[in-house]
Design a protein around this ligand. Sequence first.
Ligand SMILES: [Zn+2]
Length: 477
Amino acid sequence: MKKLFAAFALLLVGIQPTAQSDPKTAAFGWVDGNASTLNRVNRNIWTWAETGLEETKSSEELQTLLRSNGFSVEAGVAGMPTAFVASYGSGRPVIGILAEFDALPGLSQDLSPERTNRAGATAGHGCGHSVFGTASSGGAIAIKQALASGAIKGTVKLFGTPAEETGIGKTYMLREGIFKDVDTLLSWHALDKTMATWDYSKAMVSVKFKFEGLPSHASVSPHQGKSALDAVELMSVGVNFMREHVKEDTRIHYVITNGGGQPNVVPPSAEVWYYLRANKHTDVEEYYVWLTEIARAAAAMSRTRLIETRVDADLHEVLPNRTLVEVIQKNLELVGPPVFDEREKAFARATQKDLKPQPAQALADRVEPLSSGPPSQGVHSTDVGDLTWFFPVGQFTAATYAYGAPGHSWQIVACTGMSIGEKGMLVAAKTIAGSAIDLYRSPELIQRAREDLKRTVADQKYVTLIPEGQKAPKTIR
Ligand SMILES: [Zn+2]
């Protein structure tokens, strides 16, 4: 079935299976031959479910896999213990592959098609980063097979980028010059569809506001206390009124990370953490100023002090690259979509039970066609965005979970920890390898991708809200 589809895909895109496709055959063969290893790595990372900047075991697992396959690894780069760069080969071109591996808090979920907490786990891979990191590493090792055979020349670098969910990993790796010698970057993401990513993401700033008040007995001497929690609440009220007057594509969400200790002590300190998003970074810049003005006003109203405004991350919108997207599309069609069996379809169907409307299918079974129109607008944000302003970056998705499952959901955690996610993972590894091999073979494609980037950035200026010289945070929470 798979072979038949591959042959059909070859006809579709007009790629002839000549001697030229040999390095790809070797690379894809490596992925298939090592599927059980890759599945094991995914299950380990899925089980550990480590959140941002705490992905010690997950990062080490990928480093070990790469080292044992001949890569040299530099760990703890850009001041983050779980960030790493694994390299193989020498000379140009240098093709970089991005790997993510952080989990999400509050998403404990068993390997079950029902909503069930997993004993001992508070976090889960609700964004599919366990298959993300594993497929990217597998793809890099598959590329190495082609480099080692002499069929292609150059360097492959696998970038282990932690804490994507808080936009930290790539942001600080970029600031510290970790990507500086790459010619082009390839990345992918878990999704419910298999497709080349021809869309923009939203820009986003992650900012924490810390207020300081004065403690006192909340019943005996309330008049002598100043509540920092009041400032946080007043700020929320202000932001809720702000919402009415921002552009429709704006998103503002927050969590209170410190709201005081207990009710009979007027909270002397409180903290609130905001994500502010918009389609254009220029809008984020404008609304960010408004947000900080509301924070200061809330402090004035509660007679507390705003003692810290900390921008941990500031993400730019993804600028998609047409040349790379077309290379990826050809390779997705060559590899073919993941082929799911009846057991997997039944599992996916069961996870869709409460979705409204009911998705038309259990799992995606095709490679989506690539639109010839302008890029569409996504509603997510990613720290890949910042890289796209400096390097040609090609991205795609592979179906790794039930069709129509919400983002950051238990359904994604469940599917990512079993064969559904792993079938998509192998498609992703091969697509990365195939696309990279095309780029090694045709330096003119890299040149064209670079020209695309220049045209897209044009006269837009890259402005960051992160203060100059600021280093990566040591912890997030
Ligand atoms: Zn993600």
